[in-house]
Design a protein. Structure first.
Ligand code: BJW
Length: 252
């Protein structure tokens, strides 16, 4: 871990050893070492067929061209389906399934399902799940393994209307229960670990701010500086897959 700021890392380890209620908040950067592109900063998921992802992944595009939205997410699902969780995902799952902390809540902005694949449970997926379709009329949710690849858009088995990818696009509201639960847990944790997110997308980016406001210690893990860096208590500059196994699993 040559590029990591060792002093900050050592401080983070000490804080972790005294923490009971931990909230881990992840973004696209945790899946970098699995080969899933990030959105910003040249990560690779930013443009497809010459169109910026902000345009493709938008509420407006669902109205305008649902088949194109399906093509875009079928392509993305193809990329994700070939990927596996990395040491960062596994470290979180291992800590969550151990008795190291009284509670470890995992909130993610990612739609790739890699936290589940690593063995994490009760994951709060704020931006949905790329492996699911949702009915435009009755909100029925189905896994794409049940729906199949033949029909785009897929037809709802309950009401026969069209289905859309179950992801939260720009201009759309997040699932209220998921967001409320994430905010409540952020307000109640004593340590919030923010991993691999640029923290620019609202309302998910309120989570570390709420945690901090309510008195939690905030640690950021990211190879780059972000909008959040100036306001966190410790910023560990490193890759999630390298930092998390030592930080979360091994005690001081
Ligand atoms: C590593 C690493 C390694 C690299 N280890 N780290 C103006 C001001 C404020 C807000 C707005 C505004 N205009 C519009 C808005 C609102 C908008 C918004 O926030 N826009 C901002 C971009 C300005 N938000 C919304 O529209 C949201 N809805 C909403 O506000 O609703 C209001 C409403 C209420 C009631 C009714 C109706 C409406 C919805 C936002 C949904 C976002 N969805 C997306 C797309 C999902 C589908 C898809 O995948 O295509 O979610 S956007 C995209 O960004 C995706 C991500 O989850 C999200 C966050 O990105 P993330 O995870 O932070 O990734 P990156 O790429 O930004 O950063 C990666 C980081 O990893 C970097 O920092 C790297 O350094 C780091 N990294 N390698 C650790 N190895």
């Amino acid at each position: 871990m040559e590029s990591m700021n060792q002093e900050e890392f050592e401080r983070a380890k000490i804080i972790l050893s005294g923490s009971k209620k931990v909230l881990v908040f992840t973004g696209a950067g945790i899946s970098t070492e699995s080969g899933v592109p990030t959105f910003r900063g040249g990560g690779g998921a930013g443009v497809w067929r010459g169109m910026p992802f902000e345009q493709l992944s938008s509420a407006e595009m669902i109205e305008r061209d649902l088949p194109l939205v399906w093509e875009w997410f079928d392509y993305r699902r193809g990329v994700v389906s070939e990927r596996e969780p990395n040491h960062g995902h596994f470290a979180i799952a291992k800590a969550q399934n151990s008795d190291r902390f009284e509670e470890l809540i995992l909130v993610t902005q990612n739609i790739d399902g890699l936290h589940h694949a690593a063995g994490s449970h009760d994951v709060i997926e704020l931006h949905g799940n790329i492996h699911q379709a949702r009915c435009l009329s009755c909100e029925n949710l189905q896994y794409l393994t049940e729906v199949g690849e033949d029909e785009r858009p897929p037809v709802c088995s309950e009401c026969f209307d069209s289905m859309r990818p179950n992801v939260v696009l720009f201009g759309e509201a997040l699932d209220e229960d998921a967001l409320l639960k994430a905010y409540e847990k952020a307000a109640a944790c004593d340590l919030c670990i923010v991993v691999g997110t640029s923290a620019v997308v609202y309302p998910a980016n309120m989570i570390p701010k709420i945690a901090k406001r309510e008195g939690a210690f905030v640690i950021e893990i990211n190879p780059e500086e972000t909008e959040l860096t100036a306001s966190v208590d410790i910023s560990v500059r490193g890759n999630a897959a390298e930092v998390l196994p030592t930080l979360l699993v091994k005690e001081v």
